[in-house]
Design a protein around this ligand. Structure first.
Ligand SMILES: [Zn+2]
Length: 400
């Protein structure tokens, strides 16, 4: 193979290859490189050239594979005295960053692989430690998404995601109009969301118009304290989900009251009551539901209440929405069921956020995707060992 040179695989100006050896048994290649003396060494911090050599050093750095061979670079380089930085620094060889054990191009390759594969897969594929892989990917993610960008944001959606059993949550903030996740914080406390607003420059805060969220007091408190001019909108999906839990309470209470003979109608009804009626495709299910609603008046009323509740979000004018809320609360209070009456009080108390929906017809539906993708992201991030890394992976997944 005359004329064959591996130099083409190293298109870096400041280095030259001095030696190469191959170990067939371990399928590794060692390539010795040193600085090309035709160039003055430059400072890896500021890029200024320096003539004053301080010392000569050596380091082993992993590079991209050559075929099926793992490549180790034995790098000889210099430390120089940089007059600009006024200190001793490592010279810049373009090939690797100071303190890194892999070349820049291998690091970039790892980052690209981590977009598709799990950290563990990438580590196994390259024969590296999974912590090294995670650290490298995290470094790139910090560069791209580490800084919270709230420029031009007018509407926000906020939601929490449960990441572990036992009430471990993350707060996710989405730029509603552009559909991108802009921030992820630990827990779902007022302090969490306040932390996000604290990071926002004043001019961005002033530009904010509305925020859609769940009827969750800590978030409301943070908004009212940090951005009091912003209109809070409560999300239909969350409110209906909350009312579904009330329906379930009613079902259990009514089951306890029912006669032995009627108890059989309640069996398997939980799922029928919680699902949308239009989603009940099987005739058997629809018949079962009809039978239960005919049997029990309270359950029948709460199901009507659920349909009416959804309808409140369809009004475009505040007056009509207000009227619908009042009617709903009056009907709910007639049920004579404490859980339903309590919910009516809650809805009345938070009605301002439903009325705001007339001005800003927004919802957190876009954030639902986060919950669906979370398992995939968890797998890719190799669990939640590092919550910052996990958060950056979420932001990445909802930016591309
Ligand atoms: Zn310098």
């Amino acid at each position: 193979m005359s004329g064959m040179s591996i130099a083409y695989y190293f298109p870096f100006r400041r280095i030259k290859i001095v030696h190469q050896s191959v170990a067939q048994d371990t399928r590794t290649t060692r390539i010795d490189i040193s600085p090309d003396k035709r160039f003055l060494p430059v400072c890896s911090r500021c890029g200024h050239p320096s003539r004053r050599i301080h010392s000569h050093v050596q380091r082993r750095v992993r590079d991209l594979n050559l075929g099926s061979f793992r490549v180790w670079l034995e790098c000889h380089y210099r430390k120089v005295v940089c007059m600009h930085c006024r200190r001793v620094v490592v010279e810049d060889l373009e090939l690797f960053s100071p303190c890194q054990r892999v070349t820049k191009r291998l690091a970039l390759y790892i980052h690209e692989l981590c977009k598709m594969l799990t950290v563990k897969d990438v580590a196994d594929h390259l024969g590296l430690d999974w912590k090294t892989v995670r650290r490298i990917d995290k470094h790139f993610l910090e560069l791209q998404y580490g800084k919270t960008d709230t420029c031009g944001v007018r509407i926000l959606a906020v939601d929490e995601i449960a990441i572990r059993k036992g009430h471990c949550y993350l707060t996710v903030v989405l730029d509603y109009e552009r559909g991108r996740v802009i921030w992820v914080g630990k827990h779902r406390r007022a302090k969490t969301l306040s932390g996000f607003f604290n990071k926002m420059p004043n001019r961005d805060r002033k530009r904010l118009k509305a925020i859609v969220m769940d009827m969750w007091d800590p978030y409301i408190k943070a908004v009212q304290k940090k951005v009091p001019h912003v209109k809070i909108v409560f999300d239909l999906f969350h409110v209906v989900a909350q009312f579904s839990r009330v329906i379930d309470k009613v079902r259990r209470a009514e089951y306890r009251k029912a006669s032995e003979e009627n108890k059989s109608v309640f069996k398997g009804a939980r799922y029928l009551l919680l699902r949308n009626r239009s989603n009940l495709r099987r005739i058997k299910d629809r018949e079962h539901l009809r039978e239960l609603l005919e049997l029990n008046e309270v359950i029948s009323t709460v199901m009507i209440l659920r349909d009416k509740l959804k309808h409140i979000w369809s009004y475009k004018f505040r007056t009509w929405a207000r009227k619908a809320i009042d009617e709903w609360c009056a009907l709910a209070r007639c049920t004579n069921h404490p859980a339903v009456q309590k919910f009516a009080d809650t809805l009345d108390r938070y009605s301002y956020g439903i009325l705001n929906h007339c001005d800003y017809p927004i919802h957190t539906g876009k954030l639902e995707g986060v919950n669906n993708k979370i398992k995939v992201i968890k797998r890719k991030a190799y669990g939640y060992h590092d919550l910052r890394y996990f958060s950056l992976k979420i932001i990445q997944a909802f930016t591309n």
